[in-house]
Design a protein around this ligand. Structure first.
Ligand code: AHR
Length: 326
């Protein structure tokens, strides 16, 4: 009888210990009660599509409910979305301003409603710092500088005496357009080897990049253009299509400097059809949601966060790091 009792006690112990060992760690509970209102500006480029995916993924990982609206490149729709988020009493508003001006009224309304606003990707002009809580996005001025620094080195390597540059810019009055231009000109501005002979806007769209390149070629001819500085890969890829059709060798007859780092442009760089790709990462979702979490937890958060970025070009050591592409 005693032996049976000992056996039963041992059995109970084994189950109890086994139960302890198997009990899984409590999974982090998604806090779907936190609602983030997100106004994306459009779907104009591969960059934007990857950026939207990064926001959706990160909100999901943090377990936040994402109320997302896409403005199709229209500022008035972004303003409407922000008003909608205010009326819905979301916890945090995140938006990527299509242009830098025209936000004061709606952001004052958000401030009065006590809803923090995180600017993602793009900035607003002369912002009263109280109108937004934080900015997460690239340092576009440095991106422009990297493009200029590449060109100076390339001109040195080619022992170029003079180069005519055409610029295909992004959306007029957007932060990347303004700052990529400013950074580029600040580097090449004093160097008499360079002349920017034209600047046209391709609105960050592949189709418009194509149109711009056609127009520039008919205005100057291929022999009148040495360098294309394009503010994003989508427009660069459009320009490549035109150069190919017209029998101009991109990367050789005309140098191409691009910004972003999407897979197709990275491949063109490897193929010698694009000379430099300045990196601009679309993967901003994780940093944005970390800030949302900070706000929800009542912590103070940094006002400005920039991702670490670099540039890749035909002057790099071929054994060096390769861009991943998105
Ligand atoms: O604001 C970031 C820019 O917007 C990217 O360089 C471009 O591809 C996008 O459309």
């Amino acid at each position: 009888m005693r032996r049976v009792r000992v056996f039963l006690m041992a059995l109970v112990l084994v189950f109890a210990l086994g139960g302890c060992a198997r009990r899984p760690d409590p999974a982090p509970q998604p806090d779907r009660s936190v609602v983030v209102g997100f106004s994306q500006l459009g779907a104009e480029s591969s960059w934007r599509i990857a950026n939207t995916a990064s926001m959706v993924d990160a909100a999901d990982k943090y377990g936040f409910a994402l109320m997302m609206e896409n403005a199709n490149q229209k500022q008035e729709l972004q303003i409407k979305s922000i008003r909608n988020f205010i009326a819905s009493r979301v916890d945090v508003i995140v938006f990527s301003p299509i242009v830098e001006t025209g936000w004061d009224n709606v952001l004052n309304e958000a401030r009065e409603a006590g809803i923090p606003v995180i600017l993602m990707d793009r900035m607003i002009e002369n912002a009263d710092e109280g109108l937004y809580t934080a900015y997460v996005g690239a340092d576009f001025y440095q991106e422009g500088r990297r493009a200029g620094e590449y060109l100076v080195k390339k001109a040195d390597a080619l022992e170029a005496v003079h180069m005519n540059i055409v610029e295909i810019s992004g959306t007029i009055d957007s932060t990347p357009m303004r700052d990529r231009r400013r950074g580029f000109l600040d580097v090449i501005g004093e160097d008499t080897r360079f002349t920017v002979i034209a600047s046209v806007s391709g609105d960050f769209l592949r189709s418009k990049g194509e149109e711009c390149m056609s127009e520039l070629l008919s205005r100057f001819g291929a022999e009148g253009i040495d360098v294309v500085y394009s503010h994003n890969d989508s427009m660069t890829l459009g320009a490549l299509d035109v150069l190919d059709r017209q029998g101009v060798r991109p990367g050789k007859d005309i140098l191409l400097i691009s910004v972003d780092g999407e897979k197709e442009a990275v491949q063109a760089l490897k193929d010698g059809r694009v000379n430099c790709v300045v990196q601009c990462t679309p993967a901003l979702g994780g940093s944005v949601m970390a800030l949302v979490q900070g706000l929800v937890n009542g912590r103070s958060i940094p006002k400005i966060s920039h991702p670490v970025e670099s540039a890749f070009s035909d002057l790099d050591d071929p054994a060096g790091p390769e861009p991943e592409g998105f």
